[in-house]
Design a protein around this ligand. Structure first.
Ligand code: ATP
Ligand code: MG
Length: 232
């Protein structure tokens, strides 16, 4: 694929050892193109979080290779991984992961501080991002002063802070009611289109399946073949 952003080749991840080994991910291979929104579904324990953590360089596989934007994540050293997570990959977690004592604007600005973006430019970019996720009027509020949907929007804005080509989201609507979840998914869909980002989103949420360009199904750590009957 000419505009390929993510390449996952023969990835396996075992946890534990001996007869208590868990094969969380087994020989998974796929690619994702630029601008593509790929949903990853599968039952609890199917390996979704494990796979996303491997792609994001938060964990290392037992076997296989992963490339993101031309960088081999699976052979990267600590320093290269830090740079990848700062500049190339934005994360959104189910639990939002905002810093409680910082305002919405300060939370969004954290990755820019790490990337040493000058204060004036940072402020301007933070304002644009908060506007983008519909929180222009909430910049000064701290996470506990916002609803769950608003907190997740701040987390999405933060993930976009350094304009990464890849967004990884692990059940981003898992803690939201279905209507709020829908609006967060619509937002993700619109952002991927508008910015040409690639997004990998683990979800149980049927609304995202509709919005996704492609749906990958994990079953016991393996990618199910297209057309194979799959569990809900
Ligand atoms: N650090 C770990 N140590 C041991 N086993 C683990 C670890 N992380 C995950 N596992 C196991 O790997 C398997 C896959 O877990 P994973 O969290 O990837 O599933 P999931 O698809 O994200 O599930 P859920 O929908 O509940 O979030 C499970 O059997 C889990 O118990
Ligand atoms: Mg999970």
């Amino acid at each position: 694929m000419a505009d390929e952003l993510v390449r996952v080749e023969g990835i396996s991840r075992d946890f534990g050892s001996g007869d208590r080994v868990v094969h969380a991910v087994r020989e998974v291979s796929f690619t994702a193109g630029r601008g593509e929104l790929v949903a990853i579904r599968g039952r609890s324990g199917a390996g979704k979080t494990t796979l996303l953590n491997l792609i994001g360089g938060l964990d290392m596989p037992t076997a296989g290779r992963i490339h993101v934007a031309g960088h081999e994540v699976t052979s990267a050293g600590e320093r290269e991984l830090l740079a990848l997570r700062r500049d190339t990959i934005g994360f959104v977690f189910q639990s939002f992961g905002l810093i409680p004592i910082l305002s919405a604007a300060e939370n969004v600005g954290v990755p820019m501080r790490l990337a040493k973006v000058p204060a004036a430019e940072r402020e301007q970019r933070v304002a644009v991002l908060l506007e983008l996720v519909g929180l222009g009027g909430h910049a000064a509020q701290r996470p506990y002063e916002m609803s769950g949907g608003q907190q997740q929007r701040v987390a999405i804005a933060r993930a976009l802070a350094n304009d990464p080509p890849l967004l990884i989201a692990d059940e981003p609507t898992g803690q939201l009611d279905s209507e709020t979840g829908r609006s967060v998914m619509d937002l993700l869909r619109a952002l991927v289109h508008a910015r040409g980002m690639t997004a990998l989103v683990a979800t149980h949420d049927p609304t995202l399946m509709e919005l996704a360009d492609r749906v990958l199904v994990l079953r016991d750590g393996r990618l199910a073949e297209a057309g194979e009957p799959v569990p809900a």
